[in-house]
Design a protein around this ligand. Structure first.
Ligand SMILES: [Zn+2]
Length: 446
């Protein structure tokens, strides 16, 4: 049932698939489940290593570089409220009407992605208490491209019919990305390409190549790979309103949440090998001996962590749990994604400062900006609790920092700021006290 060809030992995921296949012989009802392959990213990376020896070392080097940058970011606390707006293009490849999924399913998919990546998903309440301290908002937002590579208006969705003798697209050949029959990507340094089609080898829900061209990796030796960058999804795994979902366990539209994590450099939380000696390189995801195998079993604790022990984090989007049990990324995973967005994946994102109140923390009693609109001088009144301090920064609409002061105490809570040299328009004041950040919008009008 599984056509993956390899000289390497059978991968543990495949072993489980064979187990499922045996169960399917007993029950027809299990047939769809039996052929389900949650993600082929590990397999395609192994294949790539065969084609281009050194590929896996390169991907690891990219990850290690991102981790170093993430640690430097943590020390400098730079970019902590940055929002990354990421430009997507969906390429729908179809050979039957069912595969030509409607725009509404793609819109639903974008909605799921934004909820999950901004931690606005309704099921954050299901994150167990032991993991709440490390669950975070990635501050990644996604939108369909409005301009195509030639500068023309676009819906951000392309539709292409496949070849006549079609049997499905193969993760092992990436034929969905090659014309004719597939669709060549839009420039992968500016767009996140999402190819949607009928993927075979069982039913593969998706796969994505991680970044490899981080600063300490010689990207020239893998130049041809630029045409492969992006995410591939099975058409029946798109959106949460899909008319023909592969299976109810994956009908929540979270296959793309998972694959996008790979695209931004994240690995499966169990480290892709069975046992407690492999890790995903992320400090705040507990060790796990294997994938959770599409269950929501909260009793699993397959490895002992030190210094404190934790359950297996089946809530993590980078596990293989059902869509109904995943609901979080960790802060460590988010740091890696941000580091990739500053390096290998920088071109696909627009960096913006928040446009709303992010967090009204307990340190603040009053924050006022007046007059608003102002002709040039604004007054900032920040009342904070005794013993705390605050800083502020003023940004224009394109994110340039215009004025900043830090380490202000409660005795210097009233600031008069001269912006008369700035043009009329919308501006933002970001006020920070400890971990708490409030962003206020104001206007200069003449
Ligand atoms: Zn995966």
């Amino acid at each position: 049932m599984y056509l993956f060809v390899s000289t390497k030992p059978v991968h543990p995921i495949m072993k489980h698939l064979f187990t499922f296949a045996f169960a399917a012989l007993i029950s027809f009802n299990c047939l769809a489940q039996a052929n389900l392959n949650r993600c082929s990213t590990f397999e395609i990376m192994q294949k790539r290593e065969g084609l281009q020896p050194g590929y896996l070392a390169g991907a690891k080097a990219a990850f290690d570089a991102a981790k170093q940058l993430a640690e430097a970011n943590r020390v400098n606390r730079s970019g902590n409220d940055t929002v990354y707006r990421i430009q997507l293009v969906f390429h729908v490849l179809y050979n039957s009407p069912a595969e030509n999924i409607p725009d509404s399913v793609i819109y639903s998919q974008i909605e799921v992605l934004n909820e999950d990546y901004r931690r606005l998903n309704a099921d954050t309440v299901r994150t167990r208490d032991e993991f709440k301290p490390v669950a975070g908002d990635t501050r990644l937002e996604f939108y369909l491209a409005t301009t195509d590579p030639d500068g023309n208006p676009t819906t951000g969705i392309t539709r292409t019919t496949g070849s006549g003798s079609f049997i499905g697209y193969s993760p092992l050949t990436d034929d969905i990305k090659v014309e004719p029959g597939g669709k060549a990507p839009w420039p992968t340094d500016r767009y996140v390409n999402v190819w949607v089609g009928n993927l075979f080898f069982g039913i593969v829900l998706g796969y994505a190549y991680p970044p490899y061209n981080a600063p300490n990796w010689d990207s020239t030796s893998l130049a041809t790979d630029s045409a492969l960058q992006g995410v591939v999804l099975h058409y029946a795994a798109v959106g949460r309103n899909n008319a023909q979902p592969v299976d109810q366990t994956v009908a929540g539209g979270r296959s793309l949440t998972h694959e996008m994590g790979h695209y931004f450099g994240l690995r499966h939380i169990w480290g892709d090998e069975v046992g407690c000696n492999t890790d995903d390189g992320i400090d705040d995801t507990p060790l796990a001996s294997d994938a959770s195998q599409q269950t929501c079993d909260t009793t699993i604790n397959s490895c002992t962590d030190a210094p404190a022990d934790f359950s297996d984090m089946i809530e993590n989007y980078m596990d293989y749990s059902d869509d109904r049990c995943v609901n979080m990324f960790t802060n460590g995973q988010i740091e890696i994604m941000h580091a990739m967005l500053q390096t290998s994946r920088a071109g696909v994102a627009t960096v913006v400062t928040p446009t709303g109140i992010k967090n009204t923390g307990d340190n603040f009693d009053v924050i006022q900006i007046f007059p608003n609109p102002s002709s040039g001088n604004i007054n900032l009144n920040v009342q904070i609790k005794n013993g705390t301090n605050f800083s502020y920064e003023i940004y224009n609409l394109v994110g340039e920092k215009l004025v900043a002061e830090s380490n202000l105490t409660s005795v210097s809570n009233y600031r008069s700021i001269n912006l008369s040299a700035q043009p009329a328009g919308i501006y933002f004041a970001k006020i920070t006290s400890g971990e708490q950040v409030v962003v206020k919008k104001f206007e200069l009008a003449r």
